[in-house]
Ligand binder design. Structure first.
Ligand SMILES: Cc1cc2nc3c(=O)[nH]c(=O)nc-3n(C[C@H](O)[C@H](O)[C@H](O)COP(=O)(O)OP(=O)(O)OC[C@H]3O[C@@H](n4cnc5c(N)ncnc54)[C@H](O)[C@@H]3O)c2cc1C
Length: 266
């Protein structure tokens, strides 16, 4: 239950709010997750007055402010077609206009196309307080869950949050070639299996597999593609859930990986 609403005007005010011991005060991006009813009591610090919306290309590094919306990123000129495909797949047009890049990543699960592609690109996150830089993969593991009771009991899911921390900036290199492939029940549905692959000019290859669990997983980060099929089979070995068996996901992930690698000329 939302017990307090704050709209801080500065980063300092925001950090004072989200680092106070009580009540738990969560950063509010687009609010599409936080505005739904939850049994736990928390306050929110709405980020909309902060200058964190910009998206800029500096050299070959794309810098994305935490409160940039999914649609603003999709509209950014010369965005990789694979990242654009993942953004279309992540959320409907209305949600893309409200949902922020940071909120989407912090709330994401293993079926998130955006989390899979940004993980493949080895996205770095700037977190406050402390101005620390962390790998996206590490931060996804550090999240905590809050219960969500707005759905019928048999459909309830928890949502993720990153208590007492504020994500301010995301950066990744635009040099890698990126591919994003998925299988879902329908083209617009959330993926059952997803593969994102990024190849740097140096030959470095990162392959991420998702579609189940809390986060997409890094299957391979290597200077060349040797062993990729083994790595993908290994990471999907226990990927069974109500949407698909582990054997099904293993076979589909291998096929999608070959397709993705072909796209980026590996
Ligand atoms: C009708 C509807 C349907 C949806 N369908 C789906 C779906 O099918 N699949 C799906 O995955 N999601 C779905 N969502 C969830 C949601 O749309 C996305 O996850 C959304 O993009 C979240 O972004 P937001 O900015 O609105 O997040 P918010 O609700 O503002 O925040 C989400 C989480 O991120 C944290 N957060 C936000 N900004 C920051 C920051 N800068 N630093 C640290 N933490 C931060 C918040 O504290 C909270 O824990 C749906 C939502 C709605 C309303």
């Amino acid at each position: 239950m939302l017990i307090e609403y704050h709209r801080p005007q500065t980063l300092e005010e925001t950090l004072t709010l989200i680092t106070r011991p009580a009540p738990l005060t969560l950063p509010l991006g687009g609010g599409t997750v936080l505005n739904t009813p939850h049994p736990e009591e928390f306050a929110v610090a709405d980020l909309q007055a902060l200058p964190l919306k910009s998206i800029e290309l500096r050299g070959s590094t794309l810098e994305i402010g935490a409160t940039a919306t999914l649609q603003a990123l999709l509209d950014f000129p010369d965005l990789s077609p694979a990242l654009a495909k993942a953004l279309y797949h992540e959320a409907t047009a209305n949600l893309r206009r409200a949902g922020t890049v940071a909120g989407t990543l912090i709330a994401s699960d293993g079926r998130s196309p955006l989390a899979a592609t940004l993980l493949a690109l080895d996205t770095q996150l700037t977190l406050q307080p402390g101005d620390e830089t962390h790998d996206l993969g590490n931060i996804l593991q550090l999240r905590q869950t809050i219960e969500q009771t707005s759905k019928p009991a048999n459909q309830q899911t928890n949502f993720f949050t990153l208590p007492h921390r504020l994500l301010t900036l995301l950066t990744f290199s635009t040099k890698p070639a990126l591919a994003y492939e998925y299988v879902a029940r329908t083209p617009a549905d959330r993926p059952i299996v997803t593969v994102a692959a990024a190849k740097w000019p140096s030959g470095r290859l990162r392959v991420v597999v998702g579609g189940w669990g809390h986060t997409p997983r890094l299957a391979l980060d290597a200077p060349e593609p040797g062993g990729v099929e083994y790595a993908v089979r290994n990471i999907t070995a226990e990927a069974g859930d109500e949407w698909g068996s582990a054997e099904y996901r293993q076979d589909v992930a291998v096929t999608l990986t070959h397709r993705a690698l072909q796209t980026i000329n590996v």
